[in-house]
Design a protein around this ligand. Structure first.
Ligand SMILES: Nc1nc2c(ncn2[C@@H]2O[C@H](COP(=O)(O)OP(=O)(O)O)[C@@H](O)[C@H]2O)c(=O)[nH]1
Ligand SMILES: [Mg+2]
Length: 223
């Protein structure tokens, strides 16, 4: 069997397990977000700031994916939110089977929202459906305007793009409008949101509002 055939088999198997995950999530009415982006783009920081704002409204759990360490799960648990850590030991993305393996540790019927932070990587995670409803790509403005053009699959397969570290714009050559145009050129349908940091406080209202409205639509569609 050639390498290409093995890859195709793996993708087909992943699609099948992702469909089973999706069925289990839908049976319990759990909305699932898969967050991806480069290492250090600000994924966990975004979670740390949106979770307290969602907490009063939604029962939420988090699955963290990293090559090594429990660091991100510990950061989330500090907020009082249940967090499970998957270590891929070298693997550059999460797959549907890894998520399925965690589900018995979660009370799905008692959850409204499951957020999965994928392994930091702008390439590999985009090809693996986990059974999510919303695929969110986090891109910091410090990464350079043209990254959406250079890593198009991540943006092509995303529903939402979140631009972080906008407080650093005065120190960078990045033109955020050019960055947005690059995203739009790859995928005109993606919703582009921004976070900001002012006086040490993160402003994540755009992201919180978007998640709540998407969950509202998901629930309406399920009625
Ligand atoms: N100035 C600034 N720093 C940020 C922002 N978001 C994240 N960071 C910092 O970027 C680093 C990586 O963030 P982290 O959330 O761990 O990234 P992850 O690897 O994508 O989960 C940390 O030192 C954060 O404090 C932001 O909006 N502005
Ligand atoms: Mg992280």
């Amino acid at each position: 069997m050639t390498k290409v055939e093995i890859n195709q088999d793996l993708r087909a198997l992943n699609r099948q397990v992702a469909a089973e995950n999706r069925k289990r999530f839908n049976a319990c009415g759990v909305y699932v977000i898969n967050i991806m982006g480069s290492p250090g783009s600000g994924k966990t920081t975004l979670l740390e700031n949106i979770l307290p704002k969602l907490g009063g409204k939604l029962r939420t759990a988090v699955i963290e994916g990293d090559l090594a360490t429990q660091n991100d799960a510990l950061r989330i648990e500090k907020l009082g939110v249940k967090a499970l850590q998957i270590n891929t030991n070298g693997g550059c993305h999460l797959d549907a089977k890894m998520i399925a393996g965690q589900l018995q540790k979660l009370d799905l019927a008692g959850l409204d929202l499951l957020i999965i932070e994928n392994v930091g990587n702008l390439v590999c995670p985009s090809s693996f459906d986990l059974g999510e409803n919303l695929r969110m790509v986090v891109l910091s403005v410090a990464e350079g305007e043209d990254k959406p053009a250079k890593y198009p699959i991540a943006f092509l397969n995303a529903n939402t793009a979140v631009l972080t570290k906008t407080d650093l714009l005065p120190y960078l050559d990045t033109d955020i409008d050019v960055m947005k145009r690059y995203i739009n050129d790859v995928n005109p349908k993606v919703t582009v949101l921004e976070t900001a940091k002012k006086d040490g406080e993160y402003q994540v209202d755009q992201v919180v509002g978007h998640i709540l409205s998407q969950i509202g639509q998901y629930r309406k569609a399920g009625e």
